[in-house]
Structure formats: structure tokens, C-alpha cells
Design a protein around this ligand. Structure first.
Ligand SMILES: [Fe+2]
Length: 326
């Protein structure tokens, strides 16, 4: 695989640099007080349109609530190409008997027909050219510019571009994710939690009643103490009156601050009807810290592997008991 490309323009350059000029033109507008008033008046379910730059109202909405939803940023053809690339990658990794990618465990469950089904692909853009191309597309420049001027795609950093396939079958290991903040990851790495925007692309039509992404708006402004004490991470799926259910159409792009509380509610459906595919892109500005095929598995992933095994065993047991009763 080729090395990571630092594809953001160098800030010190003074010569004519079209890439840098495009990046600067895409910088977000500074919100006026009218923008902030308008953003506060909008419903939390607002789906914005992604233009050539983030507008003042969009920036104000992000500042206020910690998230944005952009309607249909990717085309049906792009989604199909990326999905096809993932299916090819799955065939390859299953035939290789692969267990980890750059130290990050693969989540392998079963599909409704009982075949092995990879549910979480870490570092997908390192192996899937369709995904690598999409996360660098010019269309996403305005989103990248919100994160920072020298933003790069973290293909080989953290968990890379993660492609998720949540699916509900008896024994599933990955149907949802309990309340958490992503900033806790920084604590594991012994560094101060920093502003980190999660950029997610959604492949399926998901309504509130289908489960999916839930956010507690405004909690991106919480401090470290609140982050560590409000509730334990990755344990609770409790409903909150003020949580927002993010409803998506195929191709929608979401941006949310990793410091806010968020969760993925499991689908109430079973089988293929429950499938929810999403892809998260790490656009990074902090110190370059690549992983490699020799990287060790981080401690928190060892913990998650045990939790998933226990969840899978409980889920299978529950299904068996229900069959016996029925
Ligand atoms: Fe998260």
C-alpha cells in the first residue's frame, strides 16, 4: 500500500497553489449573530445541503448543537461502488482467515443464511480504492475545512476509515453501540481529549423506528469530569427525552463532535431488513501517528472483544430459549 498522502495544502506556501486556494475558498463562513439566532430556531432534525462552503447558519448550528446532517452527498453509483469494494474485501479477508487489520480486530458475525459476515472493517480505504477516492473528493472539502486548514485523511491512523455493517441475527456481535463519547479514546492514549469531528456517510434509509444514530445535543461542550462521570461508556442504551434520532437517506453525510454523547440503537427488525451500513472517516489535524501491519491491538479493543463474545453468547442463548418457549 502506498504511504499516507498529506493532501492538505501547506500553510506556509505563498506561491500560486490551486489546491490550497480551493481549500481556502471552502473555509466555513464566520457566523453572524443573525446566523446564530436562525440556527437556534431550526428544528434539530434539519437536513442541510452541502454547498461549496459551510454557511454561517450551518457553522452556528454545529457550534450550538454539536452536529450537522447533510442530505444526499454521495450518489447512488458511488454508494454501490463502495459497497461492491467492501464485498470484494470481505471475500478476500475471509479467505485469508484474517483476524485483525493493523492490530484492530475484525468483527465477524453471521448473515441471515449463516455465512460469515464481517461487520466492522477498519482501515477500509487502505484496501478499497473506491473508498479511498470518495473520502478525498472535492465535494467534501467544505467539511474538511471545518475540521482544520491542514486536514488529512487518516487512512492508516487510529482505526482508519471504518465501514460498519450493523445486522441483527441470533448471535449477532454488532447490532448497536451503547452511549459513549469518542473522546474517551484520547484518555486511553493518555492525552487530553480534543475537538474531533466524526464524519459519517450513510448507505441506508433509517427512520427513528429502525434504530440508528442517537445524539445528546449540546453535550460536546461538557468537560472531562462530566465525560467520565455522567454514565459509564459503552454500557447503557437508556432513552433520554432530549436525545435526537438522526434519520438518514442513502448518501447522507453526518458530522458530529466526538466529545458529545452518542449511541447506535439496535434495529428492532431481524435479518437483512435490519442492515444498517455507515462509514466513518477520520479527518485529522493532530500529530501524524500511522499504524502498520505490525501494530499491537490497543488495550480497549481487547476489552471490546470480550464484551462482544459475551453479548454474542447471550444473544444465542436468548434465541434458543425463545425457540423452546415458542
Ligand atoms: Fe462513537
Amino acid at each position: 500500500m502506498s504511504p499516507v498522502t498529506f493532501d492538505a495544502p501547506a500553510s506556509s506556501s505563498t506561491s500560486h497553489d490551486p489546491a490550497r486556494e480551493r481549500f481556502l475558498a471552502a473555509l466555513p463562513a464566520e457566523p453572524t449573530w443573525e446566523d446564530r439566532l436562525e440556527a437556534r430556531s431550526l428544528p434539530l432534525t434539519t437536513r442541510f445541503t452541502l454547498g461549496s462552503r459551510i454557511t454561517g447558519v450551518q457553522q452556528a448550528f454545529l457550534d450550538e448543537h454539536g452536529f450537522l446532517v447533510f442530505a444526499q452527498v454521495a450518489t447512488a453509483a458511488e454508494l454501490e461502488a463502495m459497497e461492491g469494494g467492501i464485498r470484494d474485501l470481505e471475500r478476500r479477508w475471509l479467505s485469508e482467515g484474517r483476524k485483525t487489520v493493523y492490530g484492530i480486530p475484525l468483527f465477524v458475525g453471521q448473515d441471515p443464511e449463516g455465512n460469515p459476515f464481517i461487520q466492522r472493517f477498519a482501515f477500509s480505504s487502505c484496501f478499497c480504492p473506491e473508498i479511498r477516492a470518495f473520502v478525498r473528493s472535492e465535494r467534501l472539502l467544505p467539511v474538511r475545512s471545518v475540521i482544520g486548514l491542514n486536514t488529512r485523511v487518516g487512512d492508516e491512523e487510529r482505526d482508519g476509515v471504518v465501514f460498519n455493517r450493523n445486522l441483527n441475527v441470533p448471535g449477532s456481535v454488532y447490532t448497536g453501540v451503547a452511549w459513549h463519547t469518542d473522546a474517551l479514546r484520547d484518555v486511553f492514549y493518555m492525552r487530553t481529549p480534543q475537538r474531533q469531528l466524526n464524519v459519517g456517510l450513510h448507505f441506508d434509509r433509517i427512520k427513528k423506528e429502525d434504530g440508528g444514530l442517537r445524539l445528546l445535543p449540546g453535550t460536546h461542550r461538557q468537560g472531562l469530569w462530566s465525560m467520565c462521570t455522567t454514565m459509564p461508556h459503552f454500557v447503557s442504551q437508556k432513552d433520554y427525552a432530549n436525545e435526537v434520532a438522526v434519520e438518514t437517506e442513502p448518501g447522507d453525510l453526518t458530522v458530529h463532535d466526538g466529545r458529545m454523547w452518542h449511541r447506535v440503537v439496535p434495529s428492532p427488525h431481524m435479518g437483512w431488513r435490519s442492515l444498517r451500513r455507515s462509514m466513518y472517516v477520520p479527518y485529522l489535524t493532530d500529530e501524524y501517528s500511522p499504524k502498520s501491519p505490525d501494530s499491537p491491538t490497543p488495550a480497549y479493543h481487547h476489552l471490546f472483544v470480550r464484551v462482544r463474545k459475551a453479548q454474542g453468547a447471550l444473544s444465542k442463548l436468548g434465541a434458543k430459549l425463545r425457540r423452546r418457549r415458542g
